[in-house]
Write a protein that binds this ligand. Structure first.
Ligand code: ADE
Length: 232
């Protein structure tokens, strides 16, 4: 992998990583600041893309087309869907979907994008392994699981939505960018993985736990990414 794109939605999710850059160079484009440099001997381009799917999709395409990244890591926080997840645990994506695509009146199941070959975007096996090996081999203070990341343009904070995402879409965790990044990576045939730390349980307490845990969860996600970079 020659240059790795690293995308986080919010400042909290990327600032620790950008502060580690060696030979840092900043380029402004389409409202984004692309921070290039080297971490763990790997060339990277790091961006705070902004929240939700359109920002994430545009950023991914710019990294691929303008900055020639040949793999993409999405780092950040997520709401837990699977019962075994606790706050601060990590989810490594096996695949990602955009659950809020709904053309069901035309006969397509919810979460399916009409006329695309697939709406389930598979993460790269080598990147999943690098992330999981980082968890197994480093002395990290959290647990890591592999599972499906489900993405939509909403902050999930009620049990009804949570149960739909868990039961109908087999989601492990929910967030607002990963599926869009995966979608663009798939169209460009660029490998990707999503690394998300759990900041809340996507239920009626989510807004409060999110505010309390977002910073520490973002740091956990960053630690995973750094340890993963060593292995790529
Ligand atoms: N990111 C972190 N927690 C989330 C939630 N509950 N819903 C959507 N995105 C999130």
């Amino acid at each position: 992998m020659k240059k790795i794109g690293i995308i986080g939605a919010m400042e909290e999710e990327v600032k620790e990583l950008t502060s580690m850059l060696i030979n840092r160079k900043t380029t402004k484009i389409a409202g984004l600041s692309v921070e290039e440099g080297v971490i763990e001997g790997k060339e990277v381009a790091i961006v705070e893309c902004g929240i939700a799917k359109v920002n994430a999709a545009m950023c991914t395409q710019i990294l691929i087309s303008e900055f020639n990244v040949d793999s993409v890591i999405n780092t950040g926080v997520a709401g837990a869907l699977h019962d075994k997840l606790n706050i601060n645990d990590i989810v490594i994506s096996t695949d990602a979907i955009e659950y809020d695509v709904d053309a069901s009146p035309l006969g397509d199941p919810k979460g399916t994008i009409p006329r695309m070959k697939t709406s389930v975007f598979k993460s790269d096996e080598r990147m999943i392994k690098a992330a999981y090996d980082a968890f197994l081999e480093e002395d990290l203070k959290f647990k890591a699981y592999k599972g499906r990341v489900v993405t939509g343009d909403q902050f999930v904070a009620d049990n009804e939505t949570k149960n739909v995402l868990k039961n109908d879409f087999n989601g492990y965790c929910c967030e607002m960018e990963g599926g869009a990044i995966a979608h663009v990576a798939y169209l460009n045939e660029v490998p990707f993985v999503i690394i998300r730390a759990i900041s809340d349980k996507a239920d009626s307490s989510a807004d409060m736990t999110y505010d309390e845990f977002v910073k520490i969860a973002a740091i956990n996600s960053k630690e995973m990414v750094v340890n993963m970079l060593k292995r790529l």
